[in-house]
Design a protein around this ligand. Structure first.
Ligand code: DC
Length: 228
């Protein structure tokens, strides 16, 4: 029997991270945050002043940098841990300058190809819940459950604002609204593997729902499909 693998895709601030981490904890899966790998690459480019859409130079950075997703520390505020060249960059990659940078580097087809390969290696043979933008399409096309998790743009912007606040960053609604819209447009409009709701994905609109309600909805779906 193949291990239970769940793919969660969706737009910015749909709650993919919180829901995946909670679900993983509750039903005993490994949580894999693929966006962290694109973010780590963007950070490496920022640090080396490499323009994030210059394919050759970004690829060279990817080729000679170690990006590792490892077990989070017990007392960590994050349910994941990312090392860039051995340095812990978990907190740094959630900064505002890295977000659009990650979306930028992710438009490069060869970057995506390499990331998908690395992510498939990480997931191979494991019970996982993996989240990103192309998980159901490319990374885990045989996932037992594919979820397209979304919420209204207004609600996602409010959630994003709260995430910034938690980091001590105050941003007006309108600014976060524009940033969210721009990043979604790039992630859904790129030519290679754009974010989309796949025909075989289960649509979960979490507008107005608590995290607990969303996780319970996923568990109910898993039971319905006799996967739990
Ligand atoms: O999940 P996130 O918002 O932290 O991801 C940051 C960016 O990385 C996102 O805007 C697009 C890109 N990404 C991707 O293209 N494919 C993935 N599987 C995960 C992230």
């Amino acid at each position: 029997m193949k291990p239970l693998q769940i793919a969660i895709d969706g737009p910015v601030a749909a709650g993919k991270g919180d829901i995946s981490a909670r679900l993983a904890r509750e039903i005993g899966l490994v949580y894999i945050y693929t966006g962290a790998m694109y973010r780590a690459l963007a950070l490496a480019c920022i640090t080396r002043s490499v323009p994030r859409k210059e394919a050759d130079r970004v690829l060279a950075v990817l080729g000679d940098t170690d990006i590792d997703l490892v077990e989070p520390d017990k007392d960590s505020a994050f349910p994941y841990k990312v090392l860039l060249g051995g340095t812990d960059v978990t907190d740094r990659i959630s900064d505002p300058d890295v977000s659009m940078g990650a979306s930028d580097v992710s438009t490069i087809p060869e970057v995506r190809q390499e990331m998908v390969k690395r992510q498939q290696e990480i997931a191979r043979g494991k019970r996982v819940v993996m989240e990103g933008r192309d998980i159901g399409l490319r990374v885990l096309p045989d996932a037992r459950l594919k979820i397209y998790l979304t919420a209204s743009l207004e609600e996602r912007v409010k959630r994003r604002q709260l995430q910034w606040q938690a980091k001590g960053i105050t941003k007006p609604f309108d600014e976060v609204y524009e940033e969210t819209k721009d990043r979604d447009a790039q992630d859904m409009g790129r030519s290679t593997d754009p974010l989309q709701k796949l025909p075989d994905a289960w649509l979960l609109d979490s507008t107005g729902m608590t995290q607990e309600q969303v996780v319970n909805a996923v568990k109910t779906e898993l039971h319905k499909r006799q996967l739990l």
